[in-house]
Design a protein around this ligand. Structure first.
Ligand code: F0G
Length: 327
């Protein structure tokens, strides 16, 4: 059985013997070689399958640390503003800890799988009339009143947990890859990865962060964030690692998303394919080793799949009709 993330990386996380470990078995996710992408780009392309985390996204890495610390500090409830994944992670870890969770989600803008998760984990889910940025401002103001512990990635414990994805990659590859490609929404994850490389010392991987050109209305609803809260630190991490900021059209994200499912057998949500889409823009040098972070599961956003994947064909339960339809 995989160790809880906090136990695996205890020496590199802000925990002590007094910290209760609130775990759902997060981290230690698969690093998968991508044969078709590798062939297409003439590089060794690996995929870090973060959807294998317990709530289906990489958010669990930071949430195990943030909720464990919140409980250590005596919190009775957490609050989060979210495009959906942070919300479901907060709700799940709060449930495990036996404390309350308050979710502020931009009304009508969150993929249905994520809303279903938050509701099932028992969170109080509020549809905020406004954007993600407005919901985040409200969450911060509420947390300042002292009733709830804020577990957005502005909470430093979240970023501490998220940096562990880099440690796993470096451990597994036996060194740093030449580049890491990842989606860029609020920039918390890019900031965390930069932090990981600062701690590791030596040459970092180039961080290639991929954002949607149409930030406020992109089809990739997880990264529908007009104003990244971590722009300064994320873009500094990109510069420090001599990486790149790639800006993508929605069509490019959707094409990479569909290719990943058909070509590599990984069904992620659209935002999670942004790093793969960025391979086309910031080409990996021939023979280099690169890792794309696939951040969240496709089942989070069934409507996106229904809108873009081929429809099933209806047939009678008759072998001739079936053979005909299958041609
Ligand atoms: N991928 C997924 C699946 C996400 O849910 C997010 C962000 C990102 C990438 C971008 O990461 O914000 O650290 O740059 N989701 C947040 C949420 C905003 O509320 O779940 P980032």
């Amino acid at each position: 059985m995989a160790l809880p993330l906090i136990e695996r990386f205890r020496d590199r996380l802000p925990v002590t013997e007094a910290t209760p470990v609130i775990s759902l078995g997060e981290g230690s996710t698969p690093l998968l070689r991508a044969p078709r992408l590798s062939e297409r780009y003439g590089a060794e392309v690996w995929l870090k399958w973060e959807a294998a985390n317990p709530t289906g996204s990489y958010k669990d890495r930071g949430m195990t640390v943030a909720v464990s610390k919140a409980v250590e500090e005596g919190a009775e409830a957490v609050v989060v503003a979210s495009t959906g994944n942070t919300a479901s992670a907060a709700a799940a870890y709060a449930a495990k800890a036996g404390i309350g969770a308050l979710v502020l989600q931009p009304a009508g803008a969150v993929a249905s799988g994520k809303v279903a998760q938050s509701r099932m984990y028992g969170a109080t889910v509020l549809d905020v009339r406004g954007t993600f940025d407005e919901a985040l401002a409200a969450a911060r103001a509420l947390a300042a009143r002292g009733t709830h512990s804020l577990v957005n990635s502005v909470n430093p414990y979240r970023r501490e947990g998220q940096k562990t994805a880099v440690f796993e990659i470096v451990e597994e590859l036996g060194g740093v890859p030449d580049a890491i490609y990842l989606p860029y929404g609020g920039g918390g994850n890019t900031t965390s990865y930069g932090q990981a490389f600062a701690e590791l010392g030596g040459m970092p991987s180039r961080l290639i962060a991929a954002e949607a050109r149409n930030r406020p209305h992109t089809v990739a609803s997880a990264i529908r964030i007009a104003e990244p809260a971590h722009r300064g630190t994320a873009e500094r991490a990109i510069r420090t690692t001599e990486g790149a900021l790639v800006t993508l059209e929605d069509d490019a994200i959707l094409a990479a998303w569909s290719d990943l499912a058909r070509g590599e057998g990984l069904f992620c949500e659209p935002s999670s394919a942004a790093g793969i889409a960025a391979l086309r823009v910031e080409l990996p040098p021939p023979g280099s080793t690169v890792v794309c972070i696939v951040t969240g599961h496709g089942l989070k956003d069934p409507a996106a799949a229904e809108a873009h994947a081929p429809e099933p064909i209806e047939v009678d339960a008759d072998p001739d009709a079936i053979a005909e339809a299958a041609r």
